[in-house]
Design a protein around this ligand. Sequence first.
Ligand code: GTP
Ligand code: MG
Length: 233
Amino acid sequence: MKIVVTGPYESGKSKMIHTITDGACINIERRGTTIAMDHGLANVDGMSVFMFGTPGLLRFRTMRKILSSGADGIIFVVDSVDPEADARARLFFREIAFFLPGVPCIVAANKQDAEGARHVDELRKRMSFLAGVPVIPCSAKTGENVDRLLRTLLYLSMMQWSSVFAKFAEYSGQSDGLSKLMSDLSLGREQAVGYLRRFELRKLLEVTVGDETFHVKDEIRPLLENPVLIMRR
Ligand SMILES: Nc1nc2c(ncn2[C@@H]2O[C@H](COP(=O)(O)OP(=O)(O)OP(=O)(O)O)[C@@H](O)[C@H]2O)c(=O)[nH]1
Ligand SMILES: [Mg+2]
């Protein structure tokens, strides 16, 4: 899956990616500020999760647009301590909703370990645009709640694809997998192949030459059949 981590300046996006990927990431930065991107790979129960962190300075909007393209889920990081960051958060929230309409989003109420961190209720009151979006109190620094945050988002993202994923699991390895996918989901060939390509890129499955057959990794097959399993560890 592809997850984009965005939010205002200094909220802890880079730190979040560092924690999630256990340090297996790069950060293109200057004097501690991300100027291009963070990128890293995490593995959740055998599923590859490609993480992309955006710059938090307003002027890097084009970079955020490029990084957001095709994301399956959004981690929106807010600073629980600094009330001055709240107004910026609103701008960034509008921006990501514009880039990725309808894509599952979870809010990381970050820096909960720090003195003066505000409670989620307080943050919701101050940032009314968060209405209807799950907000998880966490700390990228200590790692508190970060795994739960990621798993909840992956669950929401997988649910968006649940009918497609169920068919991936069902027809994995079958010689006419593509045709069955097309007929069960009433898809044209181009669209069905598009789905295979999308999730081949995300390392969920492998497609044979000619596209007729696809193979899901054994390890993640149960997850595709039943996405809620990702919440249970
Ligand atoms: N106490 C505490 N500090 C944090 C936490 N997460 C990040 N920080 C600190 O906040 C500052 C900004 O963290 P970054 O991860 O660089 O934030 P960012 O959102 O990537 O910043 P930009 O890329 O410049 O927008 C750093 O000094 C971090 O050490 C946290 O959970 N708790
Ligand atoms: Mg950063």
